[in-house]
Design a protein around this ligand. Structure first.
Ligand code: ATP
Ligand code: MG
Length: 322
């Protein structure tokens, strides 16, 4: 596994400007990560907080479209290639008060080509930007970079559609993030051998899930098992189901929560769902945020409720591995 220590080896400054980073991931493409990221960012900015939305879907960046702004001149590509030294040079304004954004590169840069050192440089810089909240829009897939950006956030949100393919990818994403998180934890150095075995889905040791891993760790040493337990408890990802059409779709969120607990030992918070809403594609066609174009839609109310809930109930959550 690459980049094992750089994210955790940096000393964290005691006073960082940013209160919380929220990351939106989900494994599968086209499940609404960008719609959700932009909508949450807009809703957050309306609560009076200063917000920075960051497009980390390098190579497929389109957060600017869901935010209703043109692709800016400076993008993350300029920061990663050190054409600009300060992250502030990549921050662009939007027409929405309290909301700024950083665009992901749309040109040749692939996220796989971003060196580890640049990722660490970015994560250090982002905690000190002039914003209260930072929202990461992640790309599809389970690359180490995407997982690391997800895990570097304080609030880790997974979105998926009530469809078998999306649910499968959602599980895969959660499981990968989970193992990566355990693997990166300095406290679990001695368990790495087992974590690596667990990450190989076809391993011969019968370690298929985090609960199997916990069983092995308990056998090895009680201290290791205790460290593992505490890391497992700190990982509290959140689920938002998107494009819900029927009442039984809503129930899928609860089933996913149960499966995560039973088979992975992951405590997943099911935050809620967004209806399938034709306002979304109408707004996208007009290159306008749905939050502004259809302010009275049910979707906007649902997003505002989610933000309100996160601000009230999870204001202190710090799941970040940094
Ligand atoms: N709640 C919704 N109702 C109706 N359409 C939706 C909804 N959410 C997303 N969509 C549609 O799904 C498409 C994909 O959404 P979005 O671009 O946000 O997904 P994504 O997960 O960011 O995709 P990618 O992985 O390609 O970045 C959008 O074009 C939009 O039209
Ligand atoms: Mg996207």
């Amino acid at each position: 596994m690459d980049g094992q220590t750089s994210l955790v080896s940096e000393t964290r400054k005691p006073q960082r400007r940013v209160k919380q980073i929220w990351a939106i991931g989900g494994g599968k493409g086209g499940v609404g990560k960008s719609l959700l990221s932009s909508s949450l960012a807009i809703s957050l900015s309306r609560t009076g907080h200063k917000v920075l939305a960051v497009d980390l879907d390098l190579g497929g960046a389109n957060l600017h479209t869901t935010l209703g702004v043109e692709l800016p001149r400076q993008t993350l590509n300029d920061f990663f290639s050190e054409r600009v030294s300060q992250i502030s040079a990549c921050i662009s304004p939007t027409s929405i008060p309290n909301l700024e954004f950083i665009s992901g590169a749309q040109d040749s840069v692939s996220i796989a080509n971003v060196p580890e050192t640049q990722k660490t440089r970015f994560m250090n810089a982002i905690r000190d930007v002039d914003a209260d909240y930072v929202v990461f829009d992640l790309g599809a897939g389970t690359s180490a970079h995407t997982l690391d950006f997800f895990l570097a956030a304080d609030i880790n949100i997974v979105t998926l559609l009530p469809e078998p393919t999306s649910i499968e990818n959602g599980y895969r994403f959660l499981k990968s993030a989970y193992f990566r998180r355990l693997w990166l934890s300095p406290k679990l150095h001695d368990a790495r051998k087992w974590i690596e075995i667990a990450m190989d889905a076809k391993n011969n040791e019968g370690i298929r899930s985090p609960s199997d891993l916990f069983r092995v760790a308990t056998r090895e040493s009680p201290e290791l098992a205790a460290a593992l337990k505490s890391e497992i408890e700190r990982f509290r990802p959140k689920l938002i189901l998107n494009q819900v059409r029927t009442h039984s779709d809503i129930e899928i969120g609860f089933s996913v929560k149960t499966v995560c607990k039973k088979y992975f030992g992951i405590e997943l918070d099911y935050l809620g769902y967004l209806d399938y809403d034709s306002a979304v594609w109408q707004a996208i066609r007009r290159k306008r945020p749905v939050m502004l174009e259809f302010p009275n839609s049910k979707l906007v109310t649902s997003i505002d409720r989610l933000v309100d809930y996160l601000l009230k109930k999870h204001a202190d959550q710090r799941s970040s591995i940094l």
